[in-house]
Design a protein around this ligand. Structure first.
Ligand SMILES: [Zn+2]
Length: 183
């Protein structure tokens, strides 16, 4: 409960009705995972690989919240707007095998290594990561990209990885430095 109170004080959800329930956590949280909402997938109609580009914050949040198999804790828009979904104290299914021990953050971005991450979005991410780090004792090594932990291939194209987000345009080392630099 303390965590929820703290979170409510620090990050008031701006769309309370959108918040979803996750599963009960049985593992301690020692990881935060960064995603982009865009990325490769297999087109259900053609069975061919396609690249799904990022939508708006509303569209991408709705897509995840409408899918009973998926979930996320936070989503950050290009302008830095932060939206909360599943409460941190509950599990959101955002990564295979590691959801039970992690907090998932989605960034609105195509995830193709070309789409730039605006500073307003990165500054909002740094603020959120610092807050989570302080509340949860997350180490530098505990902040991961989705691509660091899912190396599986696309079911429709075994030459392509299934998860490459947030992609090469995401300034990972710089973000880690900003989160962990002494203030
Ligand atoms: Zn991802």
């Amino acid at each position: 409960m303390i965590g929820l109170v703290l979170m409510a004080l620090t990050f008031p959800a701006n769309d309370a009705k959108a918040r979803r329930t996750g599963n009960v956590r049985t593992q301690a949280i020692d990881m935060v995972m960064i995603h982009s909402t865009g990325g490769p997938t297999c087109d259900a109609g053609t069975g061919k690989p396609i690249w799904v580009r990022a939508g708006t914050l509303d569209e991408d949040m709705r897509k995840i919240e409408a899918d009973p198999k998926l979930g996320v804790h936070y989503m950050i828009d290009r302008d830095g707007t932060l939206r909360a979904s599943v409460p941190e104290d509950e599990v959101a299914n955002h990564v295979l095998h590691y959801s039970g021990q992690s907090i998932g953050i989605e960034l609105i971005n195509d995830g193709d290594g070309l789409d730039p991450f605006p500073e307003a979005q990165l500054a909002s991410l740094v603020k959120l990561l610092r807050d989570i780090k302080q509340r949860r004792g997350i180490t530098r090594d505990g902040i991961k990209r989705h691509s660091d932990l899912d190396h599986a291939l696309l079911s429709c194209d075994r030459t392509q990885r299934r998860k490459v987000d947030p992609g090469a345009a995401f300034p990972y080392e710089s973000i880690l430095n900003r989160v962990f630099q002494p203030r």
